[in-house]
Design a protein around this ligand. Sequence first.
Ligand code: GDP
Length: 426
Amino acid sequence: MVKAVVGANWGDEGKGKITDMLAEKADIIVRFQGGANAGHTIVNDYGKFALHTLPSGVFYGHTTSVIGNGVALNIPVFFKEYNEVVSKGVPAPKILISDRAQIVMPYHILFDQYEEERLGGKSFGSTKSGIAPFYSDKYAKIGFQVNELFDEDHLKEKLASVCETKNVLLEHLYHKPLLNVDELFAELMEYKKMVAPYVCDVSLYLNNALKEGKEILLEGQLGTLKDPDHGIYPMVTSSSTLAAYGAIGAGVPPYEIQKIVVVSKAYSSAVGAGAFVSEIFGEEADELRRRGGDGGEYGATTGRPRRMGWYDCVASKYGCRLQGATDVAFTVLDVLGYLDEIPVGVAYDIDGEITTDFPTTAKLEKAKPVIEKLPGWKCDIRGIKKYEDLPENCRKYIEFIEEKIGYPITMVSNGPGRNDIIYRNK
Ligand code: GDP
């Protein structure tokens, strides 16, 4: 069977921790979309890790970690991360890379930087990892799949053709140095050496694994609101963040995805530009940011401070619906223990109309949050293992939100570690 772990919101919900935890019982962990533009933070017995491309299952000896065809694969970044993990004492993980995964080319990163520079203040807040130019090229059919590294004549010819168009833009739009086909080819031959031992027909491998009764975990990046179709377009990422896309980005039948664990954090944070209805500012935001996550809410890839807000039931209900949540994992709840009262966004006021349905972007820009305040529990809930042992106000907070979003909260995370988890039978 296939399980997916995906985000309900803007990303940074704590998916890495939940995946790492669920990976204990899984055989195969697959990344199916996105690239090195976002990161998961994982704390376990080996230490604290920021993973960008490596699946969160790499810490277990029994799992195979797979890069699916839907991923934007930055080969040097991937191996740098791999080497870092191994150098910290983690046994060398078993890795497979789809022969259909496409490669983030050195010029994708350059184009990402140049375009952000060109847009100036109107930029999308890209992490400049080359993700948007990568996916543009993929759908313009001028991307490079991993298998193409192994056909040198074809590769050189295609590179020459692609560079011709790229160089026109570099010269006339960006006024930057031109690409050199021979240098690029040499770089790709280095990439080939790195990936060669791991290349695999991943969809075939996964389908065989399913026949053998293996458990596969699909690991999503970011969350529903960053999905290019269902998110806050255009302030979204370039590949689908939905569990449904796992079927495509890994190459498994959609009906095999039977469990969809949607991760939602007990308060909100977001990176990059775009409407963020329940956002808070000033000292209130600074305090939540400082106390948030595990050591503060700062980007795992960029280190930039995240935008902070209260829990948004409208966005999360929508986020769970589009993911098709069978389970909600409610995370980072321990952080809220300092508050006397906890504000929660329960509806949007759009030009005087109150709604709990998440709107399209232009309407979202006008939305004001309707806030209700719940009493805090004013204590540290880390270390608690049983739901009944949580303070009453804490349970009330969980149950209030569960009722508003309409999906079952079956896991409550009350600390960054693997064992900081409370299961609820629903
Ligand atoms: P991801 O991309 O969705 O995995 O999100 P992040 O990497 O930003 O994870 C959120 C941060 O919160 C990380 O630093 C985690 O170690 C931490 N974290 C995850 N779950 C919990 C939790 O229940 N409590 C606390 N305090 N921190 C958590």
